[in-house]
Design a binder for this molecule. Sequence first.
Ligand SMILES: [Zn+2]
Length: 133
Amino acid sequence: MQKFRRKYFNGRCPKCNRPRKLTLIGEDEDVGVVWLRCNKCLETHSYAVERLRKTGRVLTKSELKKRNEAMSEVAEYTPDKTYWIGQKIHHPDFDEVGEIVKKEETSGKNQMIIVEFENQGTKKLVEGFNVSA
Ligand SMILES: [Zn+2]
């Protein structure tokens, strides 16, 4: 059964040692790895399934580590930080913890996170806002 609906990913090829377009060749659900072939050097490498994002981006190992750390704790929400989909945040004004379900970009090029709070409902919040600008 194909778990990923996309065939192409963007990630670092270990041989080229730079970001490449990668083609999904296969996956082993039991082991939790996928095989991605570099579109440039045509070598196939295995990647941990958890490194693949639905957006098609393949996380580097240090990004994955940061993501796992972020997922394991509730972050205090401030507009200047950036967040992961699935991450839990505490909003100081609502005094409530919500889960980030989506990301969007506004027409004004602001990054937004869509957060589901149990009492407050679904809220759109700014992320990655440059406070010094
Ligand atoms: Zn390559």
